[in-house]
Design a protein around this ligand. Structure first.
Ligand code: MG
Length: 160
């Protein structure tokens, strides 16, 4: 069967934090606040994969109350997610995601984000797509209070 999962994440902007999106550290005066590296894009992709696999959500597997994940590299969490998901004949077919961030511009960084995500998932680049859009001044994204990401993952699973 083909199974899809959605993922959604938000993180608040804060001074003195690195801005890491899709494993890329982007020059910025503010970064995203979180227990891990607060990589909003990678977290959304993780939730999409867990959803498609029927394995709950990121908070169950990598709780933000666990000191093991403090400052965690979210690409490491994504690698662990691939190991959880890609078992028993399950294959990751495709991942697509959108980052909602007012600034800085993500366009120059999208190829590196795709490479990082595809690398962690051991997928060909053609199976991973990252898009970026702004909040047009509206809502928490537009006011630069935080950033959001949504993702969809498609898995092929043996018929059950
Ligand atoms: Mg998160």
């Amino acid at each position: 069967m083909v199974a899809t999962g959605i993922g959604w994440d938000v993180h608040r902007f804060a001074a003195g934090r690195p801005l890491i999106v899709g494993g890329v550290t982007i020059p910025s005066e503010v970064g995203l606040l979180g227990h891990s590296d607060a990589d909003v894009l990678t977290h959304a992709v993780i939730d999409a994969l867990l959803g498609a696999a029927g394995l709950g959500d990121i908070g169950e597997h990598f709780p933000d109350t666990d000191e093991r994940w403090r400052g965690a590299d979210s690409l490491d969490l994504l690698r662990s997610t691939r190991e959880l998901v890609a078992v028993g004949g399950v294959e990751i077919a495709h991942v697509d995601a959108t980052v909602l961030m007012e600034r800085p511009k993500l366009l120059p960084h999208k190829p590196a984000m795709c490479e990082n995500l595809a690398g962690a998932l051991e997928l060909p680049l053609a199976r991973v797509n990252v898009k970026a859009t702004r909040g047009e001044g509206m809502g928490f994204v537009g006011r630069v209070e935080g950033a959001a990401a949504l993702a969809i993952a498609t898995l092929t699973r043996p018929d059950d």
